[in-house]
Write a protein that binds this ligand. Structure first.
Ligand SMILES: [Zn+2]
Length: 328
């Protein structure tokens, strides 16, 4: 199943494939027992926040797929669906063992090297495992809960309430002014030179658009308008989805939120590129939507930004429009 196109912000890491989750199997009570006793089943074993990765014959990083083992029967297991790599049923198991240093990597690193389908399996595994880890007790009565429906709900042992996996939406906003400068901020806990777009969690009662306007105003003092959706990216660190928005500034004066933002700055493309070249600004992390948004604003070639491994041409800064590229 191909992921739908996102014309505004194409090919974000962790969104390149859409896993066939085989949700109807969750309704069969014996699904996990049946699959974990079948040697054809593909098992992904999560240790901590890591999965094992190896190199396929083409030299590409790929998740290690193994057969079920007896120990898996006593582990938390989640039906992921149909493994796009093999077409076989795929189950994630959560091990309490520590990952060996070599060959086991976390999603931030893996997202840059795995195929979109494997990155999708990893993001799903990590997100659902994080949810289980935080939901051992019923939020209503405090009694223990147990997993059911092939790992996709937890049920309270005392009052039988069903609890479903949750994802916390956060908006991140590319605010530009009439000169196409971008608004950047640095949180007070961030190192010097670490700038990104303003972002924050959506609060109850808000739409993505109103959350974007509130966050930008709170953090920077800037009023925005023309808020529009660009794309979204699962971000299971531990339980978010990043919702990328674009907006136009209605006011320019900046006031960093006391106790939250160390700096808020408007930067033109030339200024941003100069700061990058001088090493005085840091680019957001490799798989982050922030990096993709900045790349798009800088006019990076979309082909250079595609897939999960964006080797961004940071030294090549093209002005918008048909004018000549500036290359260093
Ligand atoms: Zn309960």
């Amino acid at each position: 199943m191909a992921a739908p196109d996102r014309p505004d912000l194409p090919t974000l890491a962790l969104t390149g494939a859409a896993l066939e989750r085989m949700a109807h199997w969750r309704e069969e009570p014996e699904t996990l027992g049946r699959l974990l006793s079948n040697p054809e089943t593909v098992v992904l074993e999560l240790r901590g926040d890591r999965l094992e990765v190896t190199e396929n014959p083409e030299g590409r990083a790929t998740l290690v797929r193994r057969s079920p083992r007896p120990a898996d029967a006593s582990r938390l297991a989640i039906l992921l669906g149909e493994d796009p790599g093999t077409g076989r049923p795929c189950v994630a198991v959560v091990s309490t063992e520590q990952p060996p240093g070599e060959g086991w990597i976390n999603l931030r690193a893996a997202g840059l090297t795995l195929s979109p389908a494997d990155a999708d399996l990893f993001a799903t595994t990590l997100g659902i495992a994080n949810w289980h880890a935080a939901q051992s007790f019923c939020p209503r009565c405090g009694a223990p809960t147990r997993p059911e429906k092939a790992g996709w709900i937890r049920v309270c042992e005392a009052d039988a309430t069903e609890h479903y996996p949750r994802t916390d939406p956060a908006v991140i906003v590319a605010v530009t002014d009439d000169d196409d400068r971008m608004l950047f901020g640095r949180g007070i806990a961030w190192p010097e030179g670490q700038f990104s777009m303003l972002a924050g969690f959506v609060e109850p009662g808000e739409s993505f658009e109103t959350a974007a306007a509130r966050e930008v105003l709170e953090e920077s003092g800037v009023h925005i308008t023309d808020v529009r959706y660009l794309g979204s990216q699962p971000w299971p660190f531990p339980a978010s989805i990043m919702v990328a928005m674009a907006a136009r500034a209605r006011t320019l004066e900046t006031t960093p939120a006391p106790g939250e933002m160390a700096e808020v700055r408007w930067l033109s493309r030339d200024e941003y590129a100069a700061l990058l070249r001088s090493g005085s600004i840091r680019v957001p992390g490799g798989i982050s939507v922030a990096r993709k948004m900045i790349a798009q604003w800088l006019g990076a070639d979309p082909s250079d930004v595609a897939g999960g491994a964006p080797q961004l041409p940071w030294q090549v800064v093209k002005p918008p429009g048909p004018t000549a590229a500036t290359t260093e």
